[in-house]
Design a protein around this ligand. Structure first.
Ligand code: 5GP
Length: 240
């Protein structure tokens, strides 16, 4: 369902990140605008791809809807135009939660396993969201220092694993392996823990089940081809 905000009043505390802009409205909701900018390796590599913002907004909307239908509480409210979603305002935790099903990316630096090895069970990792420190990996003790309690961490990790179960099954049906992904969580005004941010080829690794070809930001990170072609192929499969 598309929601179009015609008389929206935009408040002044606009937050602009590397790939998105968060624009608070006066009704407690937020516009999440997806940019065409792509960055990798903590901002060292940069480029722009026309249409990337549109694709990430649409793909995130599809995935948030699927998760909502399966009982996951997300910040997604609706689509607000080409590259914009309307979302619930959250107080974000300073923690990124990564779930891995298959060995790829930075996991190769920690375990003596070859890329593509399926893990016996999903691995959950926590990172401190801090560009200046290069988003370091942290454990529960570090997270507690950052103000996230043990019970919040347990709930967040439980939701992340549930999201993994739901999305893994969904992507399998589309001929895609969900290799790994990053989630971010926040608290709403009622104190509930809610899945926020985006779920897109910018934040997940997707491989074609037959060819193991990347349909995600690794195409840009490692110069594997045209980013837009990979994102369009992913979108086509999700909407087929
Ligand atoms: P890795 O730790 O292997 O680099 O990343 C694991 C997964 O989390 C990948 O799917 C990657 O896209 C995602 N991820 C981890 N950190 C970030 C981040 O800071 N930004 C984005 N966009 N994705 C991230």
């Amino acid at each position: 369902m598309a929601i179009f905000y015609t008389n929206m009043v935009i408040l002044m505390e606009i937050y602009e990140g590397k790939a998105k802009k968060m624009i608070p409205l006066d009704d407690g909701k937020v516009i999440m605008e997806f940019k065409d900018d792509a960055t990798a390796f903590n901002g060292e590599k940069k480029a722009q791809f026309k249409g990337k913002g549109w694709l990430n907004a649409k793909i995130s909307a599809i995935l948030f809807k699927i998760l909502e239908e399966k009982g996951i509480k997300t910040h997604f409210i609706g689509i607000a135009g080409d590259n914009k979603l309307i979302v619930e305002k959250l107080q974000m935790y300073p923690v990124e939660v990564v779930v891995r099903n298959v060995v790829a990316g930075s996991l190769k630096k920690r375990l003596p396993l070859e890329e593509g090895t399926e893990l016996p069970e999903p691995i959950v990792e926590l990172y401190y969201k801090n560009d200046a420190l290069g988003d370091p990996m942290i454990n529960h003790h570090h997270a507690k220092v950052l103000g996230v309690s043990e019970s919040e961490l347990r709930e967040i990790e439980g939701i992340a694993l549930k999201v993994n179960e739901i999305l893994r099954e969904y992507f399998t049906q589309k001929g895609i392996i969900l290799v790994d992904f990053k989630l971010e969580f926040g608290k709403n005004e009622r104190g509930e823990i809610i899945l926020g941010d985006e779920i897109s080829p910018d934040t997940c690794r997707f491989w074609d089940v037959e060819t193991k070809e990347s349909l995600d930001k690794d195409v840009f990170r490692f110069d594997k081809g045209e980013l837009i072609n990979a994102y369009e192929e992913l979108y086509k499969r999700l909407t087929a």
